[in-house]
Design a protein around this ligand. Structure first.
Ligand SMILES: NC(=O)c1ccc[n+]([C@@H]2O[C@H](COP(=O)([O-])OP(=O)(O)OC[C@H]3O[C@@H](n4cnc5c(N)ncnc54)[C@H](OP(=O)(O)O)[C@@H]3O)[C@@H](O)[C@H]2O)c1
Length: 293
């Protein structure tokens, strides 16, 4: 049995889709806001507010035998600017709620927590790609909260995956992704400005979901693992790839200086946070992980 916490989000919906395609297991998918998507009779949708202990208790009761549950935990307050504006509210979701959840599900067969490249900070000439063993130095409150959360998850013997910037078409009826906005606007002949920078080891949601499902079937994988693509890509690079995929004119994707884009944010962003994925590749026995749409 799988439980996907935050299944009504972008990554969660892709993981549910991947579980349906790649396993025969029963799936509990939790939603918090409006329930949007159903994929299969094997998926039981359960309402969950991770900040409400009673709601978590009901989920544990519904799941039954916790020892047979493998859990993906994606619920989070992850908008960097929102986290900066109200760190205590964010902490309630990102730390306090996670701790209570883990108390209920400490006997689970496994749990994979969605952390972030933001735990590392800025690449340097000495560290152009962050390895799991490198020092962490987050520059944002979000990165600090995710790092604290990772440590809690690891204390229970569970796994944290450090995810990059992820992108892909939304599977949700009522929630468009940035990807969809790029396609729609460009198809409509409108310009779309994207940073000539903000370098990340970006990966598409489908690839991340499929890798997570594979990891969940393996034993003794590293407790902290970078789950990212091979290439360090700017936001502009990703925009061009999306336009090309949809046969749209790339001249509507407008390269904008990184400094201009940075001015739009309240919270600090790094110019480059690229990660090394060699540990992941050795675990999966693969030699290439490329972003694909
Ligand atoms: N997006 C990225 O590029 C990126 C990069 C690195 C790491 N991550 C991490 O990956 C995870 C998933 O991200 P995503 O892109 O799929 O974002 P998302 O679509 O915003 O998903 C987050 C989910 O958290 C749920 N949630 C929020 N508050 C909750 C609460 N109190 N109780 C229960 N659920 C709650 C949301 O449910 P409702 O919408 O129903 O409120 C939503 O389904 C997050 O942990 C994020 O930190 C994302």
């Amino acid at each position: 049995m799988y439980i996907v916490v935050g299944a009504n989000g972008f990554l969660g919906s892709y993981v549910v889709k991947s579980l349906v395609s790649n396993t025969d297991e029963e799936i509990i998918a939790t939603y918090h806001g409006k329930k949007e998507s159903l994929y299969s009779p094997r998926v039981n949708w359960v309402h969950l507010d991770v900040t409400d202990n009673e709601s978590v208790r009901r989920l544990a009761e519904f799941a039954g035998n916790i020892e047979e549950c493998r859990i993906f935990y994606f619920s989070a307050c992850h908008n960097l600017d929102l986290v900066k504006r109200d760190p205590n509210l964010a902490k309630g979701i990102n730390i306090t709620a996670l701790e209570s959840f883990l108390e209920f599900f400490s006997d689970a067969d496994g749990l994979w927590f969605s952390s972030t490249d933001c735990v590392y900070g800025e690449n340097t000439a000495e560290i152009p790609l962050f390895k799991e063993s490198d020092p962490t130095c987050p520059v944002s409150e979000y990165g600090r909260q995710k790092l604290e959360a990772e440590k809690i998850v690891n204390t229970y013997g569970f796994n944290a995956v450090r995810l990059p910037y992820m992108i892909g078409p939304s599977l949700l009826e009522n929630k468009k992704h940035f990807y969809d906005n790029i396609v729609e606007k460009t198809a409509d002949g409108q310009d779309f400005t994207l940073a000539d920078g903000l370098w990340r080891s970006a990966l598409d949601y489908q690839s991340v979901a499929d890798i997570l499902v594979k990891l969940s079937m393996m034993k003794n994988t590293p407790q902290v693992l970078n789950l990212c693509g091979d290439d360090s890509l700017s936001k502009y690079d990703v925009g061009i790839m999306i336009a090309e995929k949809h046969n749209l004119p790339t001249e509507h994707i407008i390269k904008t200086p990184e400094e201009e884009i940075m001015k739009l944010f309240d919270e600090r962003r790094t110019s480059s946070t690229a990660m090394d994925n060699s540990l992941l590749k050795s675990v999966l026995g693969t030699d290439e992980i490329k972003i694909k749409f």
